[in-house]
Write a protein that binds this ligand. Structure first.
Ligand code: NAP
Ligand code: MG
Length: 495
């Protein structure tokens, strides 16, 4: 595990890595893959291997699902709501107590600046606390019948065994978004972290064991896309929850459709961010910068299409270009870093491919566009800004998932709403204005699962998140997020 950045880790993080190659956490035991296969997880700041992890195959997926079934029908199924609530809270406390270590592992594995990683871990704690409250508040209703002497009521029951597949951009936080409603509703799960970022989920599994959540309730299966596919294919999985690319989401949705497994999908986006002529421009420039470059642009709800009124277009573009050129790009574990590397060599190649396509199509590069000097094998990309693109260009239509922003001028509200909606996606949208009445009118016109007004990316465990159109199916967070893990049963009694 000797890499330049790994040497900067604290003792607890070093000790975690020194415990040796990662294993699966199945039925409360730490196990290798049945066929002994392993894979390397890479430090994106150096391109060097950090450690090895077990690579799950179909046999391991079957074993993990069986463990989850046993817990569902056994110990976890018999755990009272208030006990579940206490365990969720205890997990939140354990994560909080290990915040620094978890953030370091996340930063090392994903490349994100340590400060952002700490923010992710803190958000995971809040998310669990919110769900600890819900465990004791899952209620049915009594239903009024017109016929006499009928007692009708609904019960909300856990859907059962879940398969949950998470991406690499917010590895721990996305795992917690998945696990929290499972634990609150009384389901069990097999969680598969992304192959690029398996470390924080492995540490999380240790904490799950430590706080005493019964064996088999949460199983963690490390591996790649084939591991995920093997998990989704297990006949005894009742529900699948997936966050990742729209292409894989379509595949998983189709599979679940055939077998009528419950499924929620949180997929990609090409979200429009609209600056109205009466916006506070300083705030809008700062917010639009963060909307795209935060997490090196590797955010599903990144504000990647920036629409600016033509009267202010030049001012906004030059403000953004200035900020992009000044950004400090570097390893996540370096405290000076504002923009970490992208997560993998594959992602680096993809992003550079999009930058080349933008140039070839005739868009104008006003900032960045290259790999910074001194990258030394790390997957760094300069924060990049395109002007002079058309809505039809690849850079303005496809999800890049990297630090590449496309600025587009517009002239009136109806026009910008139509252009903003002219995409297969519908995850997020942003509006910057001092005229709140106009903002709410525009919010109603935009096809997006979340609309931000005078901010980008704010969220709360209580606020639902998910997409319209090809950005997904279903919502996570809030009380509606729990419904995806519950079956509704109606009981009708003739008295
Ligand atoms: P991806 O392939 O969709 O990966 C997401 C998760 O699904 C990972 O855990 C992945 O495992 C797993 N997976 C892959 N193929 C699968 C299959 N056939 N069945 C079940 N699970 C499967 O995303 P990616 O390749 O890492 O990134 C590609 C693009 O996806 C990005 O450039 C970006 O546009 C988009 N993306 C979106 C989000 C989001 O938050 N919505 C997050 C990440 C990526 P492995 O990683 O181990 O292969
Ligand atoms: Mg992949």
């Amino acid at each position: 595990m000797a890499t330049a950045t790994a040497d900067a880790l604290s003792k607890p993080a070093q000790e975690f890595l020194a415990r040796g190659p990662g294993r699966h956490f199945i039925g409360g035991e730490w196990v290798e893959s049945a066929d002994g296969r392993m894979f390397e997880t890479i430090d994106p700041a150096t391109g060097e291997a950090i450690t090895e992890m077990a690579l799950g195959g179909p046999e391991d997926a079957a074993r993990a699902v069986a463990a989850a079934r046993e817990a569902f029908e056994g110990k976890w199924g018999a755990t009272s709501p208030s006990k579940r609530s206490g365990l969720i809270w205890a997990l939140a406390e354990a994560i909080k107590a290990n915040l620094g270590e978890l953030a370091e592992l996340e930063s090392l594995d994903n490349g994100k600046p340590l400060g952002y990683a700490k923010g992710d871990v803190a958000a995971a704690v809040s998310h669990l606390r919110y769900h600890a409250g819900w465990a004791t508040k899952i209620e049915g209703e009594t239903i009024p019948f017109s016929a006499p002497d009928v007692l009708a009521y609904t019960r909300k029951e856990p859907v059962g065994v879940c398969a949950q597949i998470v991406p690499w951009n917010f590895p721990l936080l996305m795992a917690i978004w998945k696990l929290a409603p499972v634990l609150a509703t009384g389901c069990t799960t097999v969680l598969k972290p992304a192959e690029q970022t398996p470390l924080s989920a492995a540490r999380l599994a240790e904490l799950i064991e430590e706080v005493g959540i019964p064996a088999g309730t949460v199983n963690v299966l490390s591996g790649d896309g084939a591991t995920g596919a093997a998990l989704v294919g297990q006949p005894d999985v009742d529900k699948v929850a997936f966050t990742g690319s729209t292409a894989v989401g379509r595949e998983i949705g189709a599979k679940c459709g055939r077998e009528l497994k419950r499924v929620t999908l949180e997929l990609g986006g090409k979200s429009p961010n609209i600056v109205l002529p009466d916006a506070d421009l300083e705030l809008a420039i700062k917010g639009s910068y963060e909307a795209l470059y935060f997490n090196t642009g590797q955010v599903c709800n990144a504000g990647s299409r920036l629409f600016v009124h033509s009267s202010q277009y030049d001012e906004v573009v030059s403000g953004l270009a200035e900020a992009a050129k000044a950004a400090r790009v570097g390893p996540g574990l370096d405290p000076e870093t504002e923009l970490g590397p992208v997560v993998s060599a594959e992602q680096h190649e993809r992003v550079m491919g999009y930058i080349a396509a933008g140039r070839d199509d005739g868009a104008e590069l006003v900032a960045g566009g290259g790999t910074p000097d001194g990258s030394n094998g790390g997957y760094f990309v300069e924060p990049t800004l395109f002007s002079g693109a058309t809505d039809e260009m690849k850079v303005a239509r496809e999800e890049i998932f990297g630090p590449v922003l496309v600025a587009l001028p517009y002239d009136d509200l109806e026009e910008v709403a139509a252009r903003a909606n002219d995409t297969e996606y519908g995850l997020a949208a942003g509006i910057w204005t001092r005229d709140l009445s106009k903002a709410h009118k525009l919010a109603g016109m935009l096809q997006a699962g979340v609309v931000y007004i005078n901010n980008w990316g704010m969220g709360d465990p209580a606020s639902p998140f998910g997409g319209f159109k090809a950005s997904g199916i279903g919502r996570e967070r809030g009380h509606v997020g729990l419904d995806a893990y519950l079956e509704l049963k109606t009981v009708i009694a003739q008295l």
